[in-house]
Design a protein around this ligand. Structure first.
Ligand SMILES: [Fe+2]
Length: 296
């Protein structure tokens, strides 16, 4: 008899499925751009600029401006007309685009947002072109990302139904460590109380644990107005009061050498490592150090 897969396996497999599909979307878009640019007459840019809103985005209605704005010399010189892993403004993709928190529910919600934003942008691109080939491809992309929005919403529900997470993140987390008395009240922190009419101010909360309430006139929860202490002078920020120039450790400019009987890494450690600054206030080494006077 076939054994049931362990629960996390289906999530792992699903992530591999969609990851592969999304890479294929990048490939489709790259080929689309290449085909559009291949033998594209310069007049096309001028025509595009005649659409007022597109013309404004392209850099104006003067054909020369539009052509310059639409040019990306690197596309010719660096990538030989191939697609580059950069955004439309030439900013290279980077690791910040990867969201992998280790918490499936948090990531699934992020993915639902990303699919929503992605499809919003595809729909805008759709409106910007009359090219039927491009529109056909974008109609495909719109369909797949409707699937993906549904997919992530289903995954959000499933990971909770499987008992791996509750509605709120973090979970599981012992709620007796949370100020739950503050957890279900909507705070009116702006002028106007129209927000009271929303679902977020009344009725059962989505986590099923409470009822929403509305606080029309929130008051400060603390009277703590203590200022932070002065930061370490070796960070050379603006002091609270005028103070003499200050530095610690050997000064090679005035001929101070690292003594041969001191290990080099010991010196590096004492002159560069800053103790926990904010929490302990003035570090002991600084208090003991003699100020280095400015010689001028
Ligand atoms: Fe997608």
């Amino acid at each position: 008899m076939e054994q049931e897969q362990p629960r996390p396996q289906k999530y792992r497999d699903m992530l591999f499925d969609i990851g592969t599909e999304e890479i294929a979307h990048v490939e489709m878009l790259s080929i689309m751009i290449s085909r559009l640019l291949d033998k594209a007459p310069i007049g096309d840019q001028e025509e595009a600029a005649k659409i007022p809103i597109l013309g404004a985005a392209l850099g104006g209605s003067d054909p020369k401006d539009v052509i310059y704005a639409g040019m990306n010399p690197q596309h010719e010189i660096v990538s030989g007309q191939g697609a580059e892993a950069k955004d439309s403004m030439g900013v290279a993709w980077n690791g910040n685009f990867v969201t992998s928190s280790g918490n499936l529910l948090a990531d699934f919600r992020w993915n639902l947002m990303a699919e929503s934003q992605g499809n919003l942008q595809v729909s805008r691109l759709y409106e910007m072109t009359g090219d039927t080939g491009v529109r056909k491809m974008l109609a495909f992309n719109l369909a797949r990302d409707i699937m993906h929005q549904n997919q992530w919403q289903a995954a959000i529900e499933e990971v909770q139904a499987d008992g791996l997470h509750e509605f709120q993140i973090p979970s599981p987390f012992p709620l007796d460590r949370v100020m739950l008395s503050l957890a279900y009240t909507f705070w009116n922190c702006s002028q106007g109380t129209e927000s009271e009419r929303g679902r977020w101010a009344h009725g059962p909360t989505p986590d099923g644990n409470a009822e929403f309430s509305y606080l029309a006139d929130p008051k400060p929860l603390s009277h703590d107005t203590d200022e932070l202490s002065q930061s370490d002078p070796r960070l050379h920020g603006t002091p609270k009061q005028p103070m003499p120039p200050m530095s610690t450790g050997p000064n090679p400019v005035s001929g101070e050498e690292i003594p041969t009987n001191v290990k080099k890494d010991a010196v590096a450690k004492s002159s560069t490592s800053l103790p926990a600054l904010r929490s302990t206030g003035t570090p002991p080494r600084f208090r003991e150090a003699r100020p280095t006077r400015n010689r001028r």
